[in-house]
Design a protein around this ligand. Structure first.
Ligand code: UDP
Length: 445
């Protein structure tokens, strides 16, 4: 049998942007190493991805999956964040299986060496892969702390147990989740039988998006099965210029260095009217310039008039990772989604965390303990918070003496987490593993 000169990898990311982007980043980086990538997604998702440098275009093949226009219509008809969208998303994702079967059966193309899949929603992937004698590997998009914690959580029989950290876990504070978060997670975990873990994980190892430099103790606890791919700092195509980017940068260019608060809560959280009002109040009272990505909601009445000239409210999608790197941005008010956290860490922006759902509370505590963030204090039972409290935390991070250590720590963090050398080291390890183990096809369990 002839030895392949490059590996062919299939990428099967879940449909949400927070999953698509890290898979895309890994794809780009592997393509730069000469791998061939078949990247599966829906037509509209593929359209929303950032552009790729011309040097690697020949190596990334987008496989656009839609049936009966399900995927192209979803975005216009339902709020993708809503529960109503879930069955549609699952249905769309399931169509990937047909497309992948076609690709695996196509004798005219080199068969993939690896299938890298996401999330329990692709539980069919390992079986399909092994049917065609192809390796599969699960790519976990949580950090090590979350995986450790949530793998315990599935055995819990009451939400209270989620509030404290098990003894085996190296977390100085004893709070894992606050009571209101614990209840939410508990009900999610019992609804979707442990989607945080690959159900049928047949592969020799599992990829995880993190690095020892961020959470060495948590990674030790995970053991050898988990192979870190590094934080995958978003890389940009220098040529990319979108109208959106230009318009926002025009505004940011006018602002003083490190003076602006970037405000965003990810792609999946749905904020209540009251939460939006408190956040608005916090921004107003903080006194700092701000850029607030509100996407589909609207700011409170009169807010934009009162803050005119000082802030920009952005209704729609913004190129977040790119904007956080702008010299004018000096702080990040975030929900603590792992993507957003990584994007903040790699550019050295200190954070104020206001977690919304799922593992974000744990991320917040993790960041506070490591000295990269402060967290908005809230009512333990109902999760409510005040605009005053937001303003107080924002002032610490942006201007006050008290926040000097935090700002320094964030800048130092950038040198480590934003280092291309570090990322390359992780990638080289991964590349080695993908080559070495490409012929050891495992059987699904
Ligand atoms: N994002 C973006 N523009 C937006 C909203 C989100 O670029 O207007 C990106 C953000 O940079 C991050 C991802 O979408 O990469 C959101 O992932 P995260 O884990 O932070 O939150 P989630 O959406 O999963 O709650």
């Amino acid at each position: 049998e002839e030895e392949a000169s490059k590996l062919h990898i299939v990428m099967l990311p879940w449909l949400a942007m927070g999953h698509l982007l890290p898979f895309f980043e890994l794809s780009k980086r592997l393509a730069l190493k000469g791998f061939e990538i078949s990247f599966f997604s829906t037509p509209s998702n593929i359209q929303r991805l950032p552009s790729i440098p011309q040097t690697i275009t020949p190596y990334i093949n987008f496989i656009s999956c839609s049936i009966n226009n399900i995927t192209s219509n979803i975005e216009n008809t339902v709020d993708l964040r809503s529960e109503a969208a879930r069955p549609l998303l699952f249905q769309a994702y399931a169509t990937f299986e047909n497309h992948l079967t076609a690709l695996l059966s196509d004798a005219s193309r080199p068969k993939p060496d690896w299938i890298i899949y996401d999330y329990a929603a692709a539980s069919w992937a390992p079986a399909l892969a092994s049917r065609f004698n192809v390796n599969s590997v699960f790519f976990c998009l949580f950090n090590a702390a979350a995986v450790n914690f949530l793998s315990h959580a599935k055995d819990y029989d009451s939400p209270e147990k989620l509030t404290t950290v098990p003894d085996s876990i190296p977390f100085p504070t004893t709070v894992a989740f606050r009571p209101f978060e614990a209840r939410q997670i508990y009900s999610m975990l019992s609804q979707k039988s442990n989607q945080t873990e690959p159900k049928t994980h047949s592969s020799q190892f599992t990829l995880i998006r993190t690095c020892k430099e961020f959470e060495s103790k948590w990674m030790d606890l995970l053991g050898d099965i988990y192979t870190p791919v590094g934080l995958l700092p978003p890389s940009f195509d220098k040529e990319e210029e979108s109208e959106t980017l230009t318009r926002i940068c025009e505004w940011l260019d006018e602002q003083k260095e490190s003076s602006v608060i970037y405000v965003a809560f990810g792609s999946e959280a749905i904020l209540t009217r009251q939460q939006i009002d408190e956040i608005a109040l916090g921004l107003e009272k903080s006194g700092s310039p701000f850029f607030w990505v509100l996407r589909v909601d609207s700011p409170p009445q009169g807010f934009e008039e009162r803050t005119v000239g000082r802030g920009l409210v952005w209704m729609g999608w913004a190129p977040q990772a790119r904007l956080l790197a702008h010299r004018a941005v000096g702080g990040f008010l975030t929900h603590g989604g792992w993507n957003s956290v990584v994007e903040g860490l790699v550019v050295g922006v200190p954070m104020v965390v206001l977690p919304m759902v799922f593992e974000q509370g744990l991320n917040a505590r993790h960041l506070v303990e490591s000295g990269y963030a402060v967290e908005v204090a809230r009512n333990d039972e109902d999760g409510s918070f005040s605009g005053e409290e937001i303003a107080r935390k924002l002032r610490i991070v942006m201007v006050e003496e008290e926040g000097e250590e935090l700002r320094k720590k964030a800048r130092k963090g950038k040198e480590v987490f934003g280092s291309e050398k570090l990322q390359e080291d992780y990638l080289d390890e991964l590349v080695k593993k993908l080559w070495e183990q490409r012929k050891m096809v495992a059987v699904p369990v």
